[in-house]
Design a protein around this ligand. Structure first.
Ligand SMILES: NC(=O)c1ccc[n+]([C@@H]2O[C@H](COP(=O)([O-])OP(=O)(O)OC[C@H]3O[C@@H](n4cnc5c(N)ncnc54)[C@H](OP(=O)(O)O)[C@@H]3O)[C@@H](O)[C@H]2O)c1
Length: 254
């Protein structure tokens, strides 16, 4: 590693699994101190142990505003600033039109839109204090750029996220806070395989189907996204703001 994030203070929501955990490991190995969140305490403790001494875990649900206040108060007291914020917590399930319940709609929009909005808004006072400008990364998805059967609500939340980045770049003009959307294609994480339910054969079927959709010929790994997150977090991307960076094996590029 090349210490691209030396001395930076980073917060990654949903850092206990999948993409968020891989990004937290990469940020720490590049020299950042990383705060990670998650709702489940045992998974949070295990992730902090796996990342090592440069990690702090804060049990927090991004949809609960008092949890976000507690998270940022802890960061403020210890470090006084945030240099990198990766609003990664999110997810969703597959439900076809005709069966969309109010609970499915509210849960998906709360996790992927409300959670992202308040994760970023409440961090602004600490982002303003970043050492050399701040980087905010929003978790998008290729699903926002295509139709996917049974996935309309999740996909709509990710289309909303894409616009949040465009509009916030204008709201934050002149404040030295960059905002970019990082949009993965299919990445082999617990969140992805669980879309197929608990049956392992069905999970493998989903992975095989998705692999067949990908020009690059393989499913993505969390580390593929972590490398792109390090780029957006670091000064390598110092003139990059408002973009959607696709890391998708070509899924929506052809
Ligand atoms: N995997 C893919 O193929 C893919 C593709 C495109 C976009 N994405 C996006 O990438 C992000 C990460 O996905 P993943 O596949 O890595 O998911 P994952 O394996 O299910 O991990 C999700 C993480 O977020 C946490 N989390 C979920 N809801 C939360 C909440 N309300 N507050 C705080 N933490 C929460 C989870 O921990 P707890 O459950 O303990 O809270 C866990 O740490 C998501 O935004 C997802 O939509 C994933």
């Amino acid at each position: 590693m090349s210490n691209k994030l030396a001395g930076k203070v980073a917060v990654i929501t949903g850092g206990t699994s999948g993409i968020g955990l891989a990004a937290a490991k990469a940020f720490a190995s590049e020299g950042a101190h990383v705060y990670i969140t998650g709702r489940r305490k045992p998974e949070l403790d295990a992730a902090v142990a796996a990342i090592g001494p440069k990690a702090t875990g804060v049990q927090a649900d991004s949809t609960r505003l008092d949890d976000l206040d507690r998270l940022y108060e802890q960061v403020r007291a210890a470090h006084g600033r945030i240099d990198v914020l990766y609003a990664n917590a999110g997810g969703g399930g597959m439900v076809p039109l005709g069966e969309i319940s109010e609970a499915h709609f509210d849960d998906t929009f709360n996790r992927n839109v409300k959670g992202v909005v308040f994760t970023v808004q409440k961090a602004l006072p600490l982002l303003d204090k970043a050492t050399n400008g701040a980087s905010v990364i929003l978790a998008g998805s290729t699903t926002s750029s295509m139709g996917t059967a049974n996935f309309s609500i999740y996909s709509a939340t990710k289309a909303a996220v894409r616009n949040l980045a465009r509009s916030w770049v204008l709201d934050l003009k002149g404040r030295n806070i960059r905002v970019n959307t990082l949009s993965p294609g299919p990445i082999h994480t617990p969140g992805l395989v669980e879309l197929a339910g608990p049956d392992q054969a069905q999970q493998q079927g989903l992975l095989d189907y998705l692999t067949g959709q990908l020009p690059i010929g393989r499913i993505g790994q969390p580390e593929d996204i972590a490398k792109a997150a390090v780029y957006l977090a670091s000064e390598d991307s110092s003139f990059v703001t408002g973009i959607e960076l696709f890391v998708d094996g070509g899924m929506v590029q052809v």
